[in-house]
Design a protein around this ligand. Structure first.
Ligand SMILES: Nc1nc2c(ncn2[C@@H]2O[C@H](COP(=O)(O)OP(=O)(O)OP(=O)(O)O)[C@@H](O)[C@H]2O)c(=O)[nH]1
Ligand SMILES: [Mg+2]
Length: 461
């Protein structure tokens, strides 16, 4: 992708709408739009001004009445000359406007190319560019807020401070190397140790935010499990407020997993209804049971339903206690269902498990019935949310990998220091950690990585 080209693309979504925006960026952006614009001479206007005029095609025919907003380099989103043409929405006007710009010398932009140019021109670092993509993809309020924090640069600032700390360390140690012939230990060992500890702690804290970032971005997986006929599908329907899954009195009704999403207090929850757990000779149902077991193990939260009038059997108790004791992150919530049929029966209690009595059937009509479940879900993520509000969270697998490698290098430096290894070996580790941090913000990067990041953007961004 050459930056000497002038690129153009429709920046807004397709379909019926009042307005659409066609963007151009590059050295010839203003000339190109000026050639197909009947109004003020755009080449002569000031930066950051908007002009009403007619956009015309190559043959001079009218396309649409538009507003052209001119941004002169370097004070634009991409750092280049940019013109944003607002035309009328719908399928035709934006397409014809774009075609005219292409006919007058612009090239169709690749996905993410505007943002890539902004990055290459120093308008934003890589974490901010990635935050742009995350912001567009965000499906819940909290994911949106977390991406915005990154976009505003708080995360980059944090990484910048960390880099500074490491550079500090490096220069201390290098000072020692320079004078090593004179057998002087310039770098105060204690200070080095303290700085290394501090860096390690910051890196670890950042890494610890990843599960939070993952949940904000991808949603919290809530699996509904239990024996056939426990009322799992009935509960799913009650939780999402419509008849998503088939309910029937025949045990073994649900086979394929059924997913439905809901946003609760700004967080996306993905509910998964599963096949009832039982041994079965039916091949298809058995596959459903296998998938259900797998989903239960991978859940963030498990709503485990049983029929109060039937009770829990020993296999179920073993399964639940295993999940509760286990180091696994699955949090089971035991639900005794069909309370309407068993008003006097208490719900089973198991060590370390929260349990509750409910009627999924009544919940369909009465939202209060599922309120404790929703409260349970918000409690589960409360810790994550308060963390996300307090500081930037790591939301990206690429960042996590680099942070882990940086932490590894810092730990290695710490060991080297303890073992009394020479200063130049120590700086090797510290430099490696710096490299990793630089890769996150894009100070150190290569074309493949950039291509991979920007190719997941939409065209026009
Ligand atoms: N009385 C009463 N009946 C319920 C309740 N919840 C579910 N049922 C009934 O129990 C039967 C089974 O409900 P489903 O929701 O299909 O049960 P399931 O757990 O999804 O069953 P499988 O898909 O076969 O594993 C249906 O006839 C429901 O109407 C409840 O709270 N009270
Ligand atoms: Mg079902």
């Amino acid at each position: 992708m050459s930056q000497s080209d002038t690129i153009a693309a429709i920046a807004t979504a397709r379909g019926r709408a009042a307005l659409a925006v066609v963007r151009t960026s590059g050295p010839a952006a203003i000339e190109i739009v000026d050639r197909c614009f009947r109004g003020d001479a755009l080449t002569a206007v000031d930066s950051h001004t908007a002009h009403v005029g007619l956009l015309v095609d190559e043959a001079g025919g009218d396309i649409d009445q538009v507003v052209a907003t001119v941004f002169r380099a370097p004070n634009s989103a991409t750092g280049e000359h940019v013109v944003e043409v607002s035309c009328h929405g719908g399928d035709l006007a934006p397409k014809l406007a774009l075609q005219s710009l292409l006919d007058h010398g612009a090239r169709m932009a690749e996905p993410g190319e505007f943002t890539e140019r902004a990055f290459l021109n120093g308008k934003m670092d890589l974490t901010q560019a990635e935050a742009v993509a995350d912001l567009i993809d965000a499906t819940s309020t909290k994911a949106h807020q977390a991406s915005l924090t990154h976009l505003k640069g708080r995360y980059s600032d944090l990484l910048g401070d960390l880099r500074e700390e490491l550079l500090n360390l490096c220069s201390l140690v290098e000072l020692e190397i320079d004078f090593s012939d004179e057998d002087v230990e310039f770098a105060d060992r204690e200070r080095l140790e303290a700085l290394l500890d501090e860096t390690e702690e910051i890196l670890q804290d950042l890494l610890d935010t990843y599960p939070t970032g993952e949940k904000l971005k991808d949603g919290v997986q809530v699996v509904i499990g239990g024996r056939p006929n426990a009322g799992k599908s009935t509960l799913l329907n009650a939780l999402v407020g419509h008849d998503r899954a088939i309910v029937s009195e025949t045990p073994g009704t649900t086979r394929d997993e059924i997913e439905a999403e809901a946003e609760i207090e700004g967080v996306l929850f993905r509910f998964v209804d599963t096949a009832g757990l039982r041994d079965t000779a039916d091949e298809i149902e058995a596959e459903g049971v296998r998938r259900a077991t797998e989903s239960i193990e991978e859940a963030d939260v498990l709503f485990y339903l049983y029929d109060l009038t039937v009770g829990l059997d020993s296999d179920e108790i073993t399964l639940l206690q295993g999940l509760a004791d286990d180091e696994s992150d699955v949090q089971p919530f035991l639900l005794g269902n069909k309370a309407d049929r068993a008003p006097d029966l208490p719900v089973a209690t198991l060590d370390g498990l929260t349990s509750l009595k409910l009627s999924a059937l009544e919940a369909r009509e009465n939202a209060d019935e599922v309120q404790p479940l929703l409260d349970h879900l918000t409690d589960t993520v409360a810790e994550h949310l308060s963390r996300a509000e307090a500081s930037p969270v790591v939301m990206n697998q690429r960042h996590r990998q680099h942070l882990q490698d940086a932490l590894g290098a810092v730990q290695q430096a710490r060991e080297a220091l303890n073992a009394g290894v020479s200063g130049d070996m120590l700086t090797l580790d510290l430099r490696a950690a710096l490299q990793e941090l630089g890769a996150i913000t894009g100070e150190i990067t290569n074309e493949d990585v950039l291509d991979q990041i920007f190719s997941r953007f939409c065209i026009g961004k």
